[in-house]
Design a protein around this ligand. Structure first.
Ligand SMILES: Nc1ncnc2c1ncn2[C@@H]1O[C@H](COP(=O)(O)OP(=O)(O)OP(=O)(O)O)[C@@H](O)[C@H]1O
Length: 266
């Protein structure tokens, strides 16, 4: 059947993210080779796989914490300006790079909060000093966000005075304060005591109902991935083994390696 003609009423969703032919090695070890992935705007993608399969590296490349050795990264249809110099890719236009990456927020396994700042100051730091938001307005918005995750009363505490689950909720709010269009979550519950996992997953579940934000979630929590993700990408040794709607992946995985992984993970 011929494809339906595209009209103003039927435009395909914009890709929030496109990775094409990405290569990445550390030392002599090739972690990713010819890695490609398109993520439409608004999608909730669970990126799963065994330890060392390259999931964190994919997130770090998107966030700009690592440089690709080869390939292109596009955010909202614009290619990140890398150019080849002496056999390596280097950022070509740092201001443009920063601007293109601004809509990306990342939440890490180990929270990465500033230990000398209170919860509130952790949240307002970038809005005030990076975005130039007026401090009073940034504080008002940060307090509302902290309130939305049940932390308004703890806004003046320092990270060491908070539990791991509370610190991780501050870290999520810190990412949200920059109004990201893409949120990257890297095993955000992996460092938490089991009883604190639920409170962080509850916050992420609420976030996942916001249709405008694209989310890429690296997780070992298969129950959570099944519940919030639209799509699952399963990686092994830097290669995508299976890429499927979440419902299909969890009920009828096609690849024997996916089946083996799910049996191990469940
Ligand atoms: N900065 C680095 N220097 C050297 N090797 C690295 C670096 N970052 C990652 N690696 C290696 O790259 C491989 C992939 O790591 P990555 O963290 O992306 O995997 P992962 O799928 O996220 O694993 P996990 O589930 O254990 O976090 C691993 O073998 C890791 O040791």
């Amino acid at each position: 059947m011929p494809a339906a003609p595209e009209t103003a009423h039927h435009t395909p969703p914009l890709n929030a993210l496109r990775l094409s032919g990405i290569g990445k090695s550390f030392g002599g070890a090739t972690i990713l080779s010819g890695f490609s992935l398109d993520v439409p705007e608004g999608q909730r993608l669970a990126l799963i796989g065994g330890s060392g399969s390259g999931k964190t590296t994919v997130l770090r490349l998107i966030a700009g914490l690592e440089r690709p050795d080869a390939g292109d990264i596009e955010l909202f249809g614009r290619r990140l300006p890398y150019r080849r110099f002496a056999g390596r890719l280097i950022p070509d236009d740092p201001p443009e790079m920063r601007e293109l990456r601004r809509p990306i927020g990342m939440v890490f396994q180990h929270f990465n909060l500033f230990l000398h700042l209170t919860a509130l100051e952790n949240v307002t730091e970038a809005p005030i000093h990076v975005l130039g938001q007026p401090p009073a307005e940034a504080r008002r918005e940060a307090l509302a966000l902290l309130d939305s995750v049940g932390l308004a009363d703890l806004a003046d505490r320092y990270p060491r005075q908070l539990s791991g689950g509370q610190q991780q909720r501050v870290a999520i709010v810190r990412a949200l304060a920059l109004r990201p269009r893409v949120l990257l979550f890297d095993e955000v519950t992996a460092s938490l005591d089991p009883e604190k996992v639920a409170e962080v997953l509850a916050v992420m579940r609420t976030l996942a109902t916001d249709e405008r934000v694209t989310m890429i979630i690296v997780t070992h929590e298969m129950g959570f991935a099944r519940e919030v993700a639209d799509r699952v990408v399963f990686m092994q040794r830097g290669v995508i083994v299976e890429d499927a709607p979440a419902i299909d992946f969890f009920t009828a995985p096609r690849d024997p390696r996916s089946r083996a992984f799910l049996n191990l993970a469940s």
